[in-house]
Design a protein around this ligand. Structure first.
Ligand code: AMP
Length: 588
């Protein structure tokens, strides 16, 4: 009895003190400029012996002015040779004072191949700091009780680099880190699935078991999570296909033969017991749903919210997610990358479309390249001048430059953000898009966001036919003269659609790009009619599988929204799976 009491007390102690965490955040953001200076100083002191910094002649200076004067802005390509040496086993101080022992693979959806970036305990600590901060704000509004979280999290393949360093996606490195499990306990967000499921070698089997564990613990589930919203929608679309099998497993207490990994079978056998009553109830609930509307609250009556990154390229999945969620709030998660975290969502009550991220001034040193003032400089080839964290202006768009605790200095992340306001003296920003993701043929410039808006417009035509866009991407086809935009769509059912409806979707896509350069070029036929290519069902699953084969993890997967010739394999998958195509007759 006494032992049990002690265990309970220990468990209680681990839970994060919401008020204290919020207070800490308030205090660091009140004097963001000073905190930024201190953070830079700390980073440069700890890594002053690194060859990269030594060669730049900082000579021990740690102030922002010297730093900016000596250290150039770089992209991943510039740092590749250094990171490669680390991966190949050179343990001398190259980018950091302490040798790097782990490498993260970014999702690599932009370039088509994963990038290697350094990972260390300091970066892990900043990750947990971001998680704790947004948890504190979230929990103040929507407290989760004791229970479990249904988390669609997966590990990527881990491998050793030539030099023997562990390498995996950043999320895998995080999930494997001991700080993660402890931290999650403190946030009452422990995953309901056993580790063998999270770290299983086959994501299809892991997903099935995540769903099964969710059903077994359905009454206890407090929240539903995945890193990116894509995995949430993907999980429940899969549920629609396998729900009867899941019910059968629960009824018999016998795991489906589709699960073949021995460690997963052993782990699942410990929690799966015959429960015909529960199986019947779940079966009845599912059968009673209309087109799966409200699936999540029906299955998980105590789920307080659904959590994951829902902004940027994840926005197109919101409609489907809301359909499954009914009245369960959707809460957009924080903003970061394999290169490090940047901001926390401290306004959890805002809908995902309005979500902003407050930068934590003590997790890295941040600079912002103004995009508006820069067009002329760009033409003249002048290096853009970034401004500091507290110098950004509300309403302006910037590209983010990161100096982190794991050996990246003045690193251009390639993301565009817009400043929406300030929390104390730190900016709150909205994620806009990747900077280099652009549909362009001549003077036209359409970003990922423009593409998304255009697809949203055209999807309304489809909705009238009771169909939806499952996923989409695009390509600039310059093999025709003039070149033209190609939009690829996978739709819920390609067979029962009227030709006229799809032709209208195609015209609508073409008309919905509002960029003046595009409209002007279309009018004079300097850009050819937009082409809509409707894909066979399952094409985007093939693309996901392709990325997983390259070492990506489902947890970090983002559908590439623009596929260039350089991303040849994905382009081939798309082109080989076209069911029908249409050319726009708008602008005739
Ligand atoms: P990865 O390359 O897998 O590390 O993914 C990092 C990228 O995902 C970032 O550079 C962003 O482009 C995107 N991303 C991360 N967090 C968010 C967010 N909250 N909203 C929108 N996009 C995000």
């Amino acid at each position: 009895m006494e032992a049990e009491l002690i265990v309970r007390m220990l468990e209680k102690m681990e839970i994060i003190d919401v008020n204290q965490t919020i207070e800490e955040f308030e205090s660091t953001t009140k004097d963001a400029e000073r905190v930024q200076r201190e953070t830079l100083k700390k980073i440069l002191e700890e890594n002053g012996s690194a060859e990269y910094l030594q060669n730049l002649g900082l000579n021990g200076s740690t102030d922002p002015e010297s730093f900016k004067a000596c250290v150039p802005l770089v992209t991943h390509k510039d740092l590749e040779p250094y990171i490669q040496r680390i991966a190949d086993g050179d343990t001398s101080p190259i980018l950091t004072g302490k040798a790097i022992t782990t490498i993260s693979l970014s999702s690599g959806t932009t370039q088509g191949k994963p990038k290697l970036v350094p990972f260390n305990d300091e970066l892990m600590e900043t990750t947990m700091q971001i998680y704790r901060t947004s948890f504190a704000f979230r929990n103040r509004e929507f407290p989760v009780g004791n229970g479990k979280a249904l988390q669609f999290i997966y590990s990527s393949k881990q491998f050793k680099t030539k030099g023997g360093l562990n390498a995996g996606t950043a999320t895998t490195n995080v999930y494997r880190n001991s700080q993660f499990k402890e931290g999650m306990k403190g946030m009452q967000s422990q995953c309901c699935s056993p580790d063998e499921v999270i770290f299983g070698p086959d994501f299809h089997q892991s997903l099935y078991c995540h769903l099964l564990c969710g059903l077994i613990f359905r009454e206890e589930i407090q929240l539903v999570f995945s890193t990116f919203a894509h995995s949430l929608v993907h999980a429940f679309r899969t549920f629609e296909l396998v729900w009867e099998e899941l019910c059968a497993d629960i009824r018999e207490g016998e795991l489906s033969s589709r699960i073949t990994v021995p460690s997963i079978r052993t782990a699942m056998s410990k929690i799966l017991k015959p429960d015909p009553e529960s199986a019947d109830l779940i079966h009845k609930k599912c059968s009673g749903l209309s087109n799966w509307y409200g699936l999540i609250p029906e299955l998980f009556p105590n789920a307080k919210y659904i959590y994951g990154i829902m902004t940027g390229s994840m926005e197109p999945y919101l409609k489907k997610l809301r359909h499954y969620a009914r009245d369960v709030p959707l809460m957009s998660a924080d903003y970061g990358s394999s290169e490090g975290w940047i901001g926390a969502n401290v306004n959890p009550t805002l809908p995902p479309e309005l979500a902003t991220f407050a930068v934590l001034p003590n997790i890295g040193y941040f600079e912002f390249i103004p995009l508006r003032e820069n067009v002329e400089d760009q033409v003249l080839g002048i290096e853009p001048k970034p401004v500091g964290l507290t110098e950004v202006k509300v309403g302006e768009e910037y590209e983010i430059v990161v100096t982190n605790v794991a050996g990246l200095y003045r690193y251009r992340l390639g993301d565009v953000v817009k400043i929406m306001g300030f929390h104390n003296s730190t900016p709150e920003m909205k994620f806009i898009c990747r900077r280099n993701l652009m549909l362009t043929i001549n003077i036209d410039k359409n970003t990922e966001k423009d593409l998304q808006l255009s697809v949203e417009e055209a999807a309304k035509v489809l909705a009238e036919e009771k169909q939806e866009v499952v996923d989409f991407t695009s390509h600039v086809d310059l093999s025709t003269d003039p070149g033209h935009y190609v939009i690829f769509w996978e739709i819920s059912s390609e067979v029962h659609l009227h030709e006229e409806a799809l032709q209208e979707c195609c015209n609508c896509l073409d008309r919905s790009f509002l960029d003046a350069g595009y409209i002007g070029s279309r009018k004079v036929n300097a850009i050819g009619p937009l082409e809509l290519r409707v894909l066979h069902k399952g094409t985007f699953q093939k693309i996901l599988d392709h990325y997983l084969g390259l070492g990506a993890a489902v947890s970090q997967f983002k559908t590439p929204r623009c596929v260039s010739l350089a991303n040849n394999t994905v382009l081939q998958i798309l082109c080989n799976n076209v069911a029908k195509n249409y050319f726009s007759t708008a602008f005739r």
